[in-house]
Design a protein around this ligand. Structure first.
Ligand SMILES: [Zn+2]
Length: 243
């Protein structure tokens, strides 16, 4: 894994990693000691260095390096968005454990994640197995994916899954199973993936979020999300099953 500094210019990563800007810049150290730098917006990257969004950079980087760059971006964004106390508006100062503390009212804030759930729903077994996939208007043309949404304060992951499925698709599910999770640096998410079985109801996609939702079989699959995301990993895992 690359151990040198990681530079962002806005939301764009400088590749190759290790390229250091000359202009004034924000900097921080990740807990593991890696230095993260922010180049000024008007600085031209050095010769041979490209400034790429994390999505564009993904296919060109080793998986571990991309994960660390995404992690660096989440920390930078957290720091940039937590300069003042949300209660009394005083400027925050560094606190223990990578957090920040308000010298006026004493409250402390710590880096965290916006937690979202994503769920792949299946119906039936064997060759007749179907999956409920939906299309957001923001997706590339032809792409369908599992439904996802942010958890709300005071809500368990499981409750969030059932609520999102009910709200977005109008169906009910059962036999929820944890699949895995993925840091999602757009800008500070943690995607928690589940698989579930259909229980009852007819697909009624919520028009405020989705433009379509359907049951697909292995033979009728639409275009799927790219391998950057857990949405695709879950689908690939499902397609590898033969029962
Ligand atoms: Zn305060």
């Amino acid at each position: 894994m690359h151990e040198g500094p990681i530079t962002f210019q806005g939301d764009r990563l400088w590749l190759p990693l290790g390229s250091v800007p000359t202009g004034a810049r924000a900097r921080l150290s990740l807990p593991e000691g890696v230095t993260v730098l922010r180049a000024e917006a008007d600085e031209a990257p050095p010769a041979g260095v490209e400034a790429l969004g994390l999505r564009e950079a993904h296919p060109r980087m080793a998986r571990e390096d991309w994960l660390r760059a995404g992690r660096a971006y989440q920390w930078l964004e957290w720091e940039a968005g937590h300069r003042f106390c949300g209660h009394c508006a005083a400027a925050l100062v560094p606190a223990e454990g990578h957090g920040r503390r308000c010298p006026s009212c004493g409250r402390a804030v710590f880096p965290g994640n916006s937690i979202a759930i994503i769920v792949l729903i299946q119906r039936g077994r064997g060759p007749a197995r179907q999956w409920a996939l939906a299309r957001s208007p923001h997706f590339k043309p032809g792409v369908y994916s599992s439904v996802a949404g942010f958890t709300e304060p005071g809500e368990s992951l499981e409750a969030a899954v059932h609520r999102e499925v009910s709200e977005e698709l109008g169906i009910r599910i059962q036999h929820l199973r944890y699949f895995g999770s993925q840091p999602w640096p757009f800008p500070n998410g943690l995607m928690v993936g589940f698989r579930a079985e259909y229980l009852d109801g007819d697909l009624r996609p919520d028009p405020s979020e989705l433009e379509d939702a359907r049951w697909f079989t292995r033979e009728t699959l639409p275009d799927l999300p790219s391998t950057i995301s857990i949405a695709r990993w879950m689908m690939d895992a499902a397609l590898a099953e033969t029962d």
